[in-house]
Design a protein. Structure first.
Lengths: 331, 507
């Protein structure tokens, strides 16, 4: 019984080893990819994914291994194709290796002595770097090696959410337009297909671009997020000033409207005040003066006309009462 | 700021009203531009270099009645349309100049005191129903001299009714409720009594019949009262020398009579005292009188009967009985008199007699609302001509917008002379008696008859006749008939077109 149990433990142990890819195997697989085995990136991701279902999912990239892999990468000049192959297929592999590949890509780019890759990574800096790098290539038709490097930049930018599709297309268009006359069509408006059509008749360049375009389609969702982010960032910066101007204009407009309203209110109040003063003046100058004068004269008459005095005073008091009631709401 | 003005160019008093936004309620409301809470008396005094207008002029006026009194012109509008000049203090003046002085004063008062910044260049102006075409034309000319462009004329009672309806909470609903109902506007003011029978028909406020009486205005009541007081004084002091009347004493007496008349509306008995009326040392120098309401009513009973009788006359003209009247809108200062109110209640009952508060401002408010609402005058009835088949041919239909300032409308018909043997083609121009009843069998009221020379030798249906009717901005319809073979022309004018007012929101 005990033996049986021991055997069962062995079996279990063996199964665990088989199912879980060890870190050393993972590292070796990557080195092999760049050094010897010419398997397509798609299959590579599948194989490696099968072994890392649980075990290496969260395995952090070992710094020394990363350095080792970069050295391996630069040991062969055509490894850029392998890396591009990986990058172009990384979207179909799920999210599992994106982080690793992004780190690797950044290390490679930083390790490339021919490129002064920016130390700070933000949208503006990265996009500025791309276009200034394209600009530094001169006016001649772009070389295939440079074009591949550009695609590498763009893939990296896309993975790090530093560049959107539109800007990427613009960069490709700018690069491909080198050595050509201006078409007059805004590069921003060009679709991937249009970019392919305007691609120079070089099979390798064309296939690179095609592969890149396919990968773009796969990362469409991500790109739209980047575009939004890009938009947001650009809104934070440049339009700040215009927003402020708009705000000032709106406040000035509001101020003008309020001033006009106030002036109208003043005018209306002035009218009502004038009207009120006029009515009081009219009442005092006209009826009250006339009636009291008559009452005074009647009181001094010989004989005094008392009923006239009484009536006019009554009339005056009634008018004053009326005036008081009329003034009441204003008080 | 653009504003719309309405002018009540009254016989005894004039008022300007402007519709503007009440800044506190943000609603439009009429602002009545009074002189110290009172209307401007329609009096012009040519005492010095510049004419004195309004209350200041009235305070120096010692005569009652309408017309010219020395250097004073009271109610200058009564002279409009006359081919003759008027003599004021020995100087000949055109009626339009005197009216221009009055309107210019109203304009100045309206723009200088309260509504600063409002340009008062155009207005709707009210006119009595009896004002004929030439008078309207001269009034327009006078207004032009005063810098006012008359946008549209409107009859005083129509403006009063519009102002009254506009004061209500739901104007549109009130109009809808009044559809096909008859309303009598009874405007008894200081100078005239105007009556208008109106009907709301398809959103058009139409005048069915009008009547005006210039003999029973409030001034006539004041005059009777003054004469009574003088008579009483004469009885008390038979030796009084009336040539010794103190300067301005008559003006004081007139004012006291007006106060007495108003006082008798509220009290059964009132007294009056004018000190130093005569320049004599004795007790006769002061005028003292006690008048009871009954005495006063007895004194003016014939005027009241005559005024009220106008209602019966108007209903007779229209061919309706008083029960058909939805309500009677009573306006003007005289309707405050208990005897007049009593008579009106007797006819219409308590519920059908409407006596709005601040009735004195109703006409000018109505005019301002009409200007503000851009309510257009329309022909209430078609202008027709009778043809040989004894049928009426419409020249200008009813419901046509009447011309505004500097506009005119023109329509024409062509006919043939059926029987030229007597050398004349005869035309009868008429309108239906009732608006909307324009069928051939319906009753007509003639406007005018016209005969035109034709060739008596020509065959029937050979002489072609061309008839053209043109209505101008003064609402005068000018008829021109032409016989095309003989080349003869005849002209006639219709001054008493009946109008309807297209009500706001009735489309």
């Amino acid at each position: 019984m005990e033996k049986v149990n021991k055997n069962a433990g062995k079996i279990a142990k063996t199964k665990k080893v088989k199912n879980v890819l060890l870190e050393t195997d993972f590292n070796k697989a990557w080195v092999d990819f760049f050094q010897s085995k010419k398997i397509p990136a798609e299959r590579f991701f599948k194989n490696i994914a099968a072994g890392t279902k649980k075990g290496l999912k969260d395995v952090p990239i070992n710094v020394s291994f990363k350095e080792e892999l970069v050295t391996v990468y630069f040991s062969r000049s055509n490894n850029i194709d392998r890396l591009l192959d990986l990058l172009q297929n990384v979207h179909s592999s799920g999210k599992q290796f994106r982080g690793f590949l992004t780190d690797l890509c950044e290390s490679v780019l930083r390790g490339d002595t021919s490129v002064s890759f920016p130390s700070r990574m933000d949208l503006g800096t990265f996009q500025e770097f791309i276009f200034s790098w394209i600009g530094s290539l001169g006016k001649r038709k772009i070389k295939i090696a440079d074009f591949k490097k550009l695609l590498l930049f763009l893939h990296f930018g896309s993975l790090k959410a530093l560049i959107g599709h539109t800007t990427a297309r613009e960069a490709i268009n700018t690069a491909l337009a080198k050595g050509k006359k201006q078409s007059g069509v805004s590069c921003e408006k060009r679709s991937e297909l249009e970019l392919l059509l305007q691609c120079p008749p070089q099979q390798e360049l064309f296939s690179c671009l095609l592969a890149y375009s396919e990968s773009l389609l796969l990362s469409e969702d991500k790109s739209s997020r980047i575009e939004k982010k890009n938009q947001k960032v650009s809104n934070v910066g440049k339009p700040k000033e215009s927003n402020l101007n708009e705000l000032i204009e709106s406040l000035q407009r509001e101020n003008k409207e309020k001033t006009e309203e106030l002036s109208e209110l003043k005018e209306a109040c002035q009218f009502q005040l004038e009207e009120l003063k006029g009515q009081i003046r009219g009442m005092m100058q006209d009826e009250i003066t006339r009636w009291l004068s008559m009452a005074y004269a009647a009181a001094n008459a010989e004989p005094p006309r008392i009923n006239v005095v009484r009536e006019r005073i009554e009339d005056t008091l009634k008018l004053i009462e009326k005036g008081k009631a009329w003034l009441q709401p204003l008080g | 700021m653009a504003a719309t003005f309405g002018i009540d160019f009254g016989t005894t008093n004039s008022l300007v009203t402007v519709i503007s936004t009440d800044i506190l309620t943000t609603k439009k409301r009429p602002y009545v531009l009074t002189h110290e809470g009172k209307p401007h008396p329609s009096v012009v005094w040519y005492g010095g270099t510049d004419p004195v207008v309004g209350k200041e002029a009235k305070d120096h006026l010692s005569q009652l009645g309408l017309g010219v009194f020395g250097n004073f012109v009271r109610s200058p509008k009564i002279f409009l349309g006359s081919p003759y000049s008027i003599s004021v203090g020995g100087i000949k003046k055109e009626a339009s100049d005197v009216v221009a002085d009055l309107l210019g004063f109203l304009r100045k008062e309206a723009t200088s005191s309260s509504f600063k910044g409002n340009s008062f260049e155009s207005a709707v102006i009210t006119i009595p129903v009896t004002m004929r075409g030439p008078a309207r034309a001269e009034l327009r000319f006078a207004a032009q001299k005063a810098g006012i462009r008359i946008h549209q004329f409107v009859h005083e009672p129509l403006a009063a009714l519009y102002g009254y309806l506009r004061r209500g909470k739901n104007f549109g609903q009130t109009i809808a409720d009044l559809e096909r109902r008859l309303v009598l506007v009874f405007d008894w003011g200081g100078g005239t009594l105007d009556l208008t029978l109106c009907q709301v028909q398809n959103g058009l406020l139409m005048q069915i019949a009008n009547l005006g009486d210039t003999e029973v205005g409030g001034d006539a009541f004041d005059l009777r009262l003054r004469n009574l007081i003088r008579r009483k004084h004469e009885e008390n002091f038979p030796n009084s020398d009336w040539s010794l009347v103190q300067p301005n004493a008559d003006a004081r007496l007139l004012q006291a009579c007006e106060d007495l008349k108003i006082g008798l509306s509220e009290h059964s008995k009132r007294s009056l005292f004018i000190s130093d009326y005569l320049a004599t040392p004795g007790p006769e120098k002061d005028i003292y009188a006690e008048i009871s309401r009954a005495e006063f009513e007895e004194l003016v009973s014939d005027l009241i009967i005559k005024g009220i009788e106008n209602i019966r006359s108007l209903l007779e003209i229209a061919g309706i009985n008083r029960e058909a009247i939805e309500f009677c809108l009573a306006t003007g200062g005289m309707v405050a008199m208990p005897a007049i109110q009593g008579s009106l209640r007797e006819i219409f009952g308590m519920n059908r007699l409407k006596m709005p508060e601040s009735a004195a401002t109703l006409i000018s408010e109505g005019a301002a609302w009409i200007a503000h609402d851009e309510a257009r005058l329309q022909t209430a009835k078609a202008i027709e001509v009778l043809n040989a088949g004894n049928t009426f041919v419409e020249i200008i239909p009813s419901g046509v917008n009447l011309p505004l300032a500097e506009e005119s409308i023109e329509k024409s018909v062509d006919m043939y002379c059926v029987d030229p043997t007597d050398g004349y083609a005869k035309f009868l121009f008429a309108r239906p008696k009732w608006p909307g009843k324009e069928a051939q069998g319906d009753e007509r009221i003639p406007y005018t008859l016209m005969s035109l020379n034709v060739d008596s030798q020509s065959k029937p249906f050979f002489e072609r006749l061309h008839v053209k009717v043109r209505i101008d901005e003064n609402l005068i319809a000018e008829i021109r008939a032409l016989s095309l073979m003989r080349g003869e022309k005849r002209e006639a004018k219709i001054h008493d077109l009946e109008f309807g007012l297209k009500l706001k929101g009735s489309d």
